[in-house]
Design a protein around this ligand. Structure first.
Ligand SMILES: Cc1ncc(C[n+]2csc(CCOP(=O)(O)OP(=O)(O)O)c2C)c(N)n1
Length: 937
């Protein structure tokens, strides 16, 4: 094989260039090349032709190759992508003169200088360049120069150039396409006419989105994919709902009528949401005799927030977690499709976070098909104000995602691009992005006047034909339909819609999800104790490692201790991480799969979990929970990317799609949960009341004031508590290993009967605190207790004058204080579950201390944070007329002090206040900011 045969395209150009240099001056090339060229007879079709035509030197051939390659690479810059006629920016590299060639030269050069299916039909390089221009500078812009993987690059180029997705190779039914576009347009026109000014976020200007989705979803069904998950924002959503998700027109029109259903009175926990946030579901008969489920989950206004949720759902839909070990993810089982706005895609950080998850082992969904519905505007903002990249899709380049821009007024091109997208995803299981460039026929919503801000654009739009009109005209001109057919079709669809409206019974046709009320008392009845004998067997199994596996020396010592943790039923041998490990093991043994993710969860932020062991000699890993002989379901654990918003959104989606799996997300520190506030507010806490979704995701949020500064102190419990209503979640702050064990097991037991998100404030320094460790018997007996009374104080209840109620670490601080023993008139009551508020147990405990004339709520958080504001009315109620006082850090703009010394002093003030009876409790030394004392009730 010579230096020619092994190369193609630009590389052949390089060989020619090198050979030309060699011919002129053999010394000008490197010795290795010289040696090859000395023995090489260049193929007849190249050099001889060029050499025969002495006036076309090899340099010119090289330049011609460069020109053709430039068109492949930069042709998109000259493509006519804007339906409104905006001029492409072009690029000098697309012109022959920039490469020092003329059309005359091109005509004399052979086509096979370039390797392409197109050259088979081309007589010369001029034909190649013409064909490339037609392909790469048309209404489709192939933006692929960032695809580095040779296989992918080659496949894409071939698929584009061999025309396999275009007629005649892959026919498009033109009349069917017109029919679809007519349906899409008629729906919008009808709503415009019937509900003038009502917001619907019309699809008009980007109508081709529906046929694109038809194509992708149709291909997915054919391919036997089980689930397609569609995430989409407001624009065009109603149209997609009606035509892609097949939501009945009657239901949509009933939502426009907005009747007050009787349920609105019956079920006050049902708040509902606006019509363009609703979700939908549909089954399609697919290939391989399987039905494919198409799901469009509901989403909030917060643009792009649904992206990771859809990805998590797709991951869950493609995962089989029914067998022990690691779960098996099969990308052929699910397909995520994300529809983005052209301002939102580059602007919202969650998009980048989500894209960054796409190729990670624990998050891969086998490739997402993205569509930017690009109307060249974001509300009133022009593109130049919305992104710094050349295209709205620029962000995707860094993730090596193929990007194809397509003019939304060219229906055939759009269909072809949709086919390419699906085929690429099928082949490589990677993301693909379609940048569908159109326009917005109306204002941001239908009540807006777009002429205020884009007067010229909207003058063009006013006289711009719709894509249906354009396609209809094409078909009439081609003689494929009669001239009167398009109008007749429109009229038919409009009449159909009118009939639905005329016969509408809004109250009956309005369909709202009916979330089942949880069975009363289910949580209290859950059996969570595990007999000692089973616990010991699980513990023994967890301590096994494969033969020859070398565990780190320090870990080995810890594990040896852990191996004996259950030896004595009444010894406090079970610390927090052992309790967690045993809870997980027993949950797996019960047949419930577990997925645990978060930053550094495998080891644990505080080096406490070590769920993944690393062999010190070979680097091999061992996951004891995946090797557990008793397990009857899969366990997976993944360190997440450094993300909160997308990482949490992903787990939310996973939890919704896999309700039988215990899905847990752990924050590095609870403080960072505010980076995921959108997911917390919009999905986790309100999805049930807005959309009837029933997530049961668990959040582990390390929380405690330990002198590590304002950003390693607080999981912001006040924020969660403020969001608590309608029994929408459980919030716990437990103080013993056994409590945590029972809490996790209770959550697993309730997954299918009483699903609710669970927020757990978890310890940091307390992870290894002896007062937090539990006895094996405490795991083997009993259950989670929402309130823990003070056992010792209870024995002398009549002597108790003050009851301090508190939650979390401060209760351990009090219990461990050297003043505790002397404070014989004090009871310390732990509130372990903050929501649902354990009102009854709290009242019962307070009542038991009849002689106490003072009830105190003590918290380590500043007065304006923590549980105080939320619990106060409940405490007052439970106190039965006795005053309720507060001991807390002073009100503060920041959760905690910035220095360990200031923390220690403030903490001491709190503890001192707790042991100092009555009002004087809070009086601090002059000059210091006192711990406040408040009386409520
Ligand atoms: C996170 C977020 N910020 C702001 C808004 C308000 N908003 C609604 S639509 C919109 C413009 C979106 O533009 P684009 O992404 O191009 O989508 P389009 O509406 O043009 O289809 C804005 C700013 C929002 N919904 N979500």
């Amino acid at each position: 094989m010579g230096p020619w045969e092994g190369f193609s395209g630009i590389n052949r150009g390089y060989v020619l260039e090198l050979y030309e240099r060699f011919r002129k001056d053999p010394a000008s090339v490197d010795p290795a090349s010289r040696e090859i060229f000395e023995q090489w007879t260049p193929p007849a079709e190249i050099v001889p032709r060029a050499a025969e035509a002495e006036d076309v030197p090899l340099r010119t051939a090289v330049n011609a190759v460069h020109l053709a390659q430039s068109i492949r690479r930069y042709g998109h810059l000259a493509a006519q992508l804007d339906p409104l006629g905006g001029k492409p920016i072009g690029d000098p590299s697309l012109l022959p003169e920039s490469h020092g060639v003329t059309e005359d030269d091109l005509r004399r050069l052979p086509a096979n200088l370039i390797t392409s299916p197109l050259t088979e039909r081309a007589g010369s390089m001029q034909d190649v360049v013409d064909a490339f221009r037609q392909l790469y500078c048309s209404t489709v812009g192939y933006d692929l120069s960032h695809i580095f993987v040779p296989d992918e690059r080659r496949w894409l180029r071939h698929a584009i150039e061999d025309g396999r997705f275009r007629p005649p190779a892959d026919p498009i039914n033109p009349v069917k396409l017109l029919d679809r576009l007519t349906q899409v347009e008629a729906f919008e026109r009808f709503l415009h006419r019937s509900f003038p000014g009502k917001t619907r976020f019309s699809i008009e200007g980007l109508d081709m989105l529906v046929p694109i989705l038809d194509e992708v979803i149709g291909e997915a069904a054919e391919a036997g994919i089980g689930h397609t998950l569609v995430g989409m924002a407001h624009r065009g959503r109603l149209n997609v709902m009606a035509h892609v998700m097949c939501k009945p027109y009657a239901q949509i029109l009933a939502e426009f009528k907005d009747p007050l259903s009787s349920r609105a009175f019956e079920n006050m926990a049902w708040a509902g949401d606006v019509k363009y946030h609703a979700g939908a579901q549909r089954a399609i008969k697919g290939g391989r005799e399987m039905a494919m489920e198409v799901l469009m989950p509901p989403n909030p206004s917060h643009l792009e927030a649904v992206d990771p949720v859809v990805e998590g759902m797709a991951r869950a839909a493609g995962t089989d977690a029914s067998a022990p070990g690691a779960p098996r993810f099969d990308p052929a089982r699910s397909l995520p499709i994300l529809i983005h706005g052209d301002a939102a895609f580059p602007g919202q950080g969650i998009v980048a976070e989500t894209l960054n998850l796409s190729r990670l082992q624990g998050y891969d969904t086998g490739g997402t098909i993205h569509v930017i519905v690009n109307n060249q505007l974001g509300f009133t903002a022009d593109s130049r104000d919305s992104y710094s990249t050349s295209y709205a899709s620029g962000l995707a380049r860094g993730f090596k995602i193929p990007i194809v821009h397509v003019n939304a007024d060219d229906p055939a091109a759009c269909v072809e691009v949709a086919r390419l997208a699906f085929a690429y995803r099928e082949k490589f299981q990677r993301d693909f992005l379609i940048d569908l460039i159109g326009y917005r026929r109306w204002g941001h919503n239908e009540g807006d006047e777009p002429g205020f801000t884009q007067p010229l654009m909207y003058q063009t739009i006013a006289s711009h034909p719709t894509v249906r009109e354009i396609w209809a005209k094409t078909l009439v001109e081609r003689g494929e339909i009669a001239p009167e057919a398009p109008d007749a079709l429109s009229k038919r669809y409009l009449d159909d819609l009118q009939h639905v409206l005329d016969t509408l019974q809004p109250e009956k046709d309005l369909v709202e999800p009916e979330p089942e009320a949880p069975p009363p008392g289910a949580a209290a009845r859950a059996q969570t104790a595990v007999p000692l004998i089973r616990l010991s067997a699980l513990n023994d199994a967890l301590m096994q490692v494969p033969p020859e596996f070398s565990v780190h020396r320090k870990l080995e010592r810890l594990r040896e201790r852990r191996a004996h943790a259950l030896a004595l039923p009444d010894d406090r041998g079970v610390d927090w991480s052992a309790a967690e490990d045993l809870a997980f093991a027993s949950i797996l043994a019960d047949g419930t799969s577990i997925r645990l993710t978060g930053e550094d969860v495998e080891r644990g932020t505080f080096s406490h979990r070590h769920a993944v062991l690393h062999d010190g000699n070979t680097g091999a890993i061992h996951v004891p929970l995946q090797a557990l002989p008793q397990a009857r379901a899969a366990f997976e654990i993944h360190n997440s990317a450094l993300s909160e918003n997308a990482a949490l959104g992903f787990e939310y989606g996973y939890s919704v799609q896999a309700p039988a799996t215990l899905v847990i997300w752990e924050a590095q520190y609870g403080d960072f949960i505010n980076g995921a506030q959108v997911i917390v507010d919009e999905f986790l806490t309100s999805a049930r009341s807005k959309w009837g979704q029933e997530p049961s995701l668990v959040l582990l949020l390390p929380h405690a004031h330990e002198g590590q500064g304002p950003d390693h102190a607080s999981a912001r419990p006040e924020r969660f508590l403020q969001l608590c209503a309608d029994t929408n979640m459980r919030v716990a702050n437990c103080t013993t290993a056994a409590q945590y064990f029972h809490l996790l097991r209770r959550q697993a037991a309730l997954l299918l009967t009483d699903p609710l998100p669970l927020v757990v404030l978890t310890p940091k320094s307390l992870l290894r605190h002896p007062l937090v460790a539990s006895t094996p018997r405490e795991l083997a007996e009993g259950r989670f207790r929402a309130v823990i009374d003070d056992g010792e104080a209870r024995e002398r209840a009549r002597e108790i004058r003050r009851v301090i109620a508190c939650t979390g670490k401060v209760s351990v601080d009090l219990a461990g204080s050297d003043k505790r023993a002397a404070a014989r008139d004090l009871a310390i009551v732990r509130v372990e579950q903050l929501y649902p508020v354990p009102a009854e147990p709290l009242r019962a405990v307070f009542d038991a201390y009849e002689a106490a004339d003072e009830i105190v709520w003590m918290q380590e958080e500043p007065e304006n944070m923590g549980a105080w504001d939320f619990l106060r009315p409940h405490l007052v109620e439970a106190a039965g007329g006795r005053p309720v006082r507060l001991i807390a850090r002073p009100r503060s703009a920041s959760p905690a002090e910035g220095s360990a010394a200031r923390h220690a002093r403030q903490q001491q003030l709190l503890i001192d206040a707790a042991f100092t009876p009555s009002k004087s409790a809070a009086r601090a030394k002059p000059g210091s900011k006192p711990a406040p004392e408040h009386v409520a009730g």
